[in-house]
Design a protein around this ligand. Structure first.
Ligand code: GLN
Length: 285
């Protein structure tokens, strides 16, 4: 079979999925280790028997629902090619909104930041790539994911420090100009968990207690002890959680509270500035 025939056949086989044409090309590029331009430039190329075998095997896994990013072991985020594995959430394009918001608020001087629950390292690495003079830490609970985030930093030549532990546990006594997190925020009963890629992603990266609010709340409460006065906390959350997150911030005296929408127009990122403990208390007298 020629490359053009494989391409057509894969599209037909993947027709029930969300993006058959893109998936077909991603799998072909991965197995042939060639850029997409090769698929267009050399339609008469005949994949070797070994390549055909690998294509068939990946197709079968995709047809069982496995995310394309787990099949190729890679996903691009903020133009960085990140290694991904079933130990981590697959970085989403919508999370790039948190990067844009962070870049717009960080001071001109070198700053200190931490990404909590970093997974692949996506948020920490994207910011380090834009602001090489910042000190960027990342915290990850799952040791396998922490090792993967470290590998991503090394492969991309981006010097972030990854600490293994639960939320603020490995940050004793440290204060930051900015704290960012894309924590688990989905309710365990949400039907969204029964379809598509999320079925294969680790529940620990997706699901939280208290209708998905438990970790978001923990981060809002604890960040007060780890933010410099005037520092920022930026949180990704579910499309229906914006008001709850804003209320959580307001109740504790955070200021400049704002919610940003994702590329689909849903409330997705809420951020606020910590005025320092004295100022937060005065505000509430
Ligand atoms: N936004 C992702 C989804 O709904 C979940 C990401 C997360 O839980 N942090 O699929």
């Amino acid at each position: 079979m020629t490359l053009a025939q494989w391409r057509q056949w894969l599209r037909e086989q993947l027709a029930g999925g969300e993006s058959p044409a893109v998936d077909a090309d991603v799998l072909l590029c991965h197995v042939l280790a060639r850029p997409r331009s090769f698929l267009l430039a050399w339609p008469e190329y005949e994949p070797t028997p070994a390549e055909c075998e690998r294509l068939s095997a990946l197709l079968a896994r995709r047809q069982r629902g496995e995310p394309v990013a787990y099949l190729t072991g890679e996903r691009e985020f903020w133009s960085l090619a990140l290694e991904v594995s079933p130990a981590t959430l697959i970085p989403r394009p919508d999370t790039e909104v948190i990067i844009e918001a962070a870049l717009a608020r960080l001071p001109a001087r070198p700053a200190t930041l931490v990404d909590l629950g970093t997974g692949t390292g996506a948020i920490a690495l994207a910011l380090k790539s834009e602001r090489p003079d910042d000190t960027v830490l990342a915290v990850e609970f799952n040791p396998e994911a922490a090792a993967l985030a470290r590998r991503n930093g090394e492969r991309l030549g981006l010097a972030i420090e990854v600490r293994q532990g639960c939320w603020f546990e490995p940050l004793d006594g440290l204060c930051f100009d900015m704290i960012l997190s894309n924590p688990p925020y989905i309710d365990v009963a949400d039907p969204h968990l029964q379809a598509g890629d999320v079925r294969f992603e680790p529940a620990s990266a997706l699901v939280a207690e208290q209708h998905g609010m438990a970790d978001l709340h923990h981060l809002i409460v604890q960040s007060r002890d780890h933010l410099e006065s005037g520092g920022w906390l930026l949180l990704e959350h579910g499309w229906q959680q914006g008001a709850l997150v804003r209320d959580g911030f307001a109740a504790l005296g955070y200021q400049q509270i704002e919610t940003l929408r994702d590329y689909g127009g849903q409330e997705r990122i809420t951020l606020a500035q910590w005025p320092g403990r004295l100022n937060a208390e005065n505000e509430h007298q």
